[in-house]
Design a binder for this molecule. Structure first.
Ligand code: TRP
Length: 413
């Protein structure tokens, strides 16, 4: 049936993100549908108001603009903070290439803000094991090398090394972390893993097991050098395609008498080609990498960034552009801090006053600036800093003292 009409539903899982195809045309991801399908909650204004009231800090642009849009029990994290009780942050990255792209930065930039505002410790899992298991062509030593290179990219996002632990699964898998992995593995049946992720009998058994590895950093006693043996709740910021892992994690947590991790979900960072797929490191023309030169950035955006503008300049002036699908506008929504400027661009582009060329120029300048800043810090990362972030024998500060309370203008009541 689907083949006859050329229509398909949208696909969102940890390996594939694709919007619905209607009459052969790829549609943008329908996020409300995802929330229904996954059974998560939308983040609403009262929740943002509460966050602002509790912290005295204006919600991050990603929250204000609905880019982090969905959650599972984020309110529990706010309850803890209100009571002065600790929690920690957990996110991760599958190191599939030597350099990260700008879309990969989203959960990390958000974690950086959360760390600054709440003072929470952060653990970052680099799943070199996952990438090896799932990619038939990747050598295990290359996966590990990518993990270390990606760790250096992540270090350039400004995390506090005293509060942040970055680890490669291949290196860190032992002791208390491995005990949790095995406890989780014992609590998940083949059927559950297969049904959650859609595996079949010819998939390797590592794939079925991998959920245990991604689940276990949600439990604080996996990190004795940070939390000792304490059982501290955790908040996982991630793109919504990772939710299936944590649905299972939350089921298992109950059985193991751990806290269920809370989640806060991001929308996907669109590929240059349009809002129906996410930026992918393995499709180089879809992505802007953290190590791209200013010229490469300019050329990629000019050449590939999907435009919501009209076919001719004349028609564009008449009808205006569509910001919803325009990739340059969408990137500005993530990276242009100034709300007023963004609103003005939206107005001018929608009315046709601003051309696609002008919009692209603005996008190029903003992305070049962002990447330049990261590259400057990346160039200063030393082996000593790598050790401070990645050495599991160096204790961390999990005290919940906000590092930079003035991250964004404090609200004056
Ligand atoms: N599986 C994720 C990826 O391929 C990496 C990851 C591991 C992760 N743990 C996580 C992502 C926790 C978000 C939150 O990118």
């Amino acid at each position: 049936m689907a083949e006859q009409t050329g229509n398909t539903g949208q696909t969102v899982n940890p390996w594939k993100v694709q919007g619905e195809i209607v009459d052969g045309k790829l549609q943008a991801i329908d996020y409300n549908k995802l929330v229904d399908q996954f059974g998560t909650r939308l983040i609403d204004q009262p929740m943002l108001d509460r966050l602002e009231k509790l912290t005295g800090v204006r919600p991050h642009v990603f929250l204000r603009r609905g880019l982090f849009f969905s959650h599972r029990e984020f309110n529990k994290i706010l309850d803890l903070y209100e009571k002065g009780k600790p929690f920690y942050l957990y996110t991760g990255r599958g190191p599939s290439s030597g350099s990260m792209h700008v879309g990969h930065m989203i959960p990390f930039l958000f974690c950086k803000w959360l760390q600054d505002v709440f003072g929470a410790a952060l653990v970052i899992q680099l799943t070199d094991d996952e990438k090896f298991i799932f990619n038939p062509d990747l050598k295990i030593d290359d996966a590990h090398k990518f993990a270390i290179e990606n760790a250096k990219d992540i270090m350039s996002f400004g995390f506090d090394p005293k509060k942040t632990f970055i680890f490669s699964d291949l290196d860190y898998m032992s002791g208390p972390f491995y005990k949790n992995v095995i406890k989780v593995a014992k609590s998940i049946t083949t059927n559950q893993s297969r049904a959650t992720f859609g595996f079949n009998d010819s998939d390797n058994i590592g794939k079925l097991h991998f959920v245990s590895v991604q689940a276990s950093p949600s439990f604080s006693n996996s990190f004795p050098h940070i939390f000792g043996t304490a059982n501290i709740p955790c908040l996982v910021p991630c793109a919504i395609d990772q939710d299936p892992y944590f649905r299972l994690t939350r089921e298992v947590a109950q059985k193991l008498k751990y806290h269920k991790p809370s989640l806060i979900h991001a929308k996907f960072f669109p590929a240059l080609q349009g809002p129906g797929t996410k930026m992918s490191a393995s499709i180089t023309t879809s992505a802007i990498f953290i190590n791209d030169t200013p010229n490469q950035i300019k050329n990629k955006i000019n050449k590939y960034a999907f435009s919501g503008g009209q076919d001719t300049a004349e028609l564009h002036r008449l009808h205006g552009g569509n910001c919803e699908v325009d990739v340059s506008f969408q990137y500005l929504k993530f990276f242009l801090e100034d709300d007023e400027e963004l609103a003005l661009i939206e107005k001018q582009y929608s009315s046709g006053e601003m051309s696609t060329g002008q919009l692209k120029q603005k996008c190029i300048a903003v992305v070049q600036e962002l990447v330049k800043g990261i590259q400057e810090i990346r160039a200063t990362v030393t082996d000593e800093l790598v050790d401070q972030f990645m050495n599991p024998t160096i204790p961390k500060d999990a005290s919940m003292k906000p590092c930079v309370p003035q991250v964004q203008e404090l609200k004056i009541e």
